[in-house]
Design a protein around this ligand. Structure first.
Ligand SMILES: [Zn+2]
Length: 378
């Protein structure tokens, strides 16, 4: 993630701190100081928040290590002011596996709470509940209470939070993943709106978490929907076969003519029939604003020109386009360029297929999705 600071490695997984988290610490330090006018109390408050987020890291590690048991690696763990995010390379496809991976996070906080409870009972360290506050009362007892809150909050069925994933996994066992995701995402968005309303009156952080959940549910539901629509299709089923290309010696002025003449935005640049790069609209506009109309297109194009074979699976082609943030990818067959794959065209194809499906035509699409990212608000 951008703007992140690497803290270290735990069990081979990089742990990052987002810089907004430092802003949160500074803000809270100031807030505690204003409330108490006591530097010591403010520092204790900050140390407590750090300890709390230590528990959040362990929570994310719970997800990551459970996923590892199923052969799924975790790219990294990042701490944000609203919680932690463990980026798993993919989500387990089997509902039972997703169920255990989702539960592993809150289970860690439950274990921490129990250990703190035993420690507090053994040392007689309990403070009366009314003396507990943000900076007052027993440090360990406050940590105990907040771990319990983490468990309860994360188990709310607010997909893509843990409880929502548990719900999706349970539904998927009976309804299949596509339908289960749609239902879990609807419940999640309703919860997100509730978070927003409650947050408005009580705690502004809930508003941020609500936004995160709302957008997260939408994105994952859309992804599962798209993946199930793409399952079983090949790149050649969705590529544009009517497209324009540029030659390496063409000028940027020629590219502008092509841009204005049609709806295509990115142009493959060919040399001896081989794609050697793609001139994207943004790069073209940038070159023009620098007054480089007469330069060759090769000066403005991006050279990291990945191509995809027409026989490859459409689903993995779309995944790699998303990963690289490409809107367009040249399609080749036997080394020659035969088509252009664009995200716009793919969504049009999905729309058309959905319409045909809706008509009850024999053109049916199978359901076998695989989401990629695993995000958790804690
Ligand atoms: Zn979690």
């Amino acid at each position: 993630m951008k703007w992140s600071l690497k803290l270290g490695k735990l069990f081979g997984i990089d742990v990052y701190l987002h810089f907004t988290f430092l802003l949160l610490l500074a803000f809270l330090g100031f807030y505690f100081w204003r409330a108490t006018h006591d530097i010591d109390a403010a520092l204790r408050g900050v140390v407590f928040i750090v300890a709390l987020f230590g528990c959040v890291v362990l929570h994310e590690l719970g997800h990551a290590l459970m996923a590892r048991r199923y052969g799924i690696q975790t790219r990294d763990i990042t701490l944000l002011p609203i919680g932690g995010i463990a980026r798993l390379e993919k989500m387990p496809e089997k509902p039972m596996q997703e169920f255990w991976v989702a539960l592993a996070g809150p289970a860690v906080n439950m274990v921490i709470a129990l250990l703190l409870l035993v420690g507090l009972a053994a040392t007689g360290g309990f403070t009366p509940v009314e003396d507990l506050g943000a900076t007052g009362g027993s440090f360990w007892q406050r940590l105990f209470v907040l771990n319990l809150i983490l468990v309860a909050f994360n188990l709310l069925p607010a997909f893509p939070m843990d409880g929502g994933r548990v719900l999706r996994a349970l539904l998927a066992m009976r309804l299949g993943r596509r339908r289960a995701t749609a239902i879990a995402a609807n419940v999640g968005q309703a919860m997100a709106i509730l978070f927003g309303v409650v947050g408005f009156f009580y705690n502004p952080f809930l508003i941020f978490i609500g936004i995160f959940v709302f957008l997260g549910a939408q994105a994952e539901a859309g992804m599962v929907e798209m993946q199930s629509a793409l399952a079983g299709l090949r790149v050649r089923d969705a590529m544009m076969t009517r497209f324009r290309t540029l030659a390496a010696q063409d000028t940027l002025a020629k590219a502008v003519e092509e841009l204005l003449a049609g709806s295509q935005q990115d142009f493959p640049v060919l040399e001896n029939d081989q794609p050697i790069g793609v001139l994207r609209r943004n790069d073209l506009v940038k070159a023009l604003s620098e007054g480089r109309r007469d330069d060759a297109v090769t000066a403005g194009m991006s050279r990291d020109c990945e191509t995809v074979d027409e026989a490859s699976s459409l689903k993995s082609a779309v995944e790699s386009m998303r990963e690289r943030q490409y809107a367009t990818m040249p399609v080749v067959a036997g080394g020659r360029m035969v088509g252009l794959l664009t995200l716009e065209n793919i969504s049009e194809m999905i729309m058309v297929n959905a319409a045909i499906d809706h008509q009850g035509a024999s053109h049916s699409l199978t359901t076998k999705p695989t989401p990629k990212n695993y995000e958790t608000a804690s």
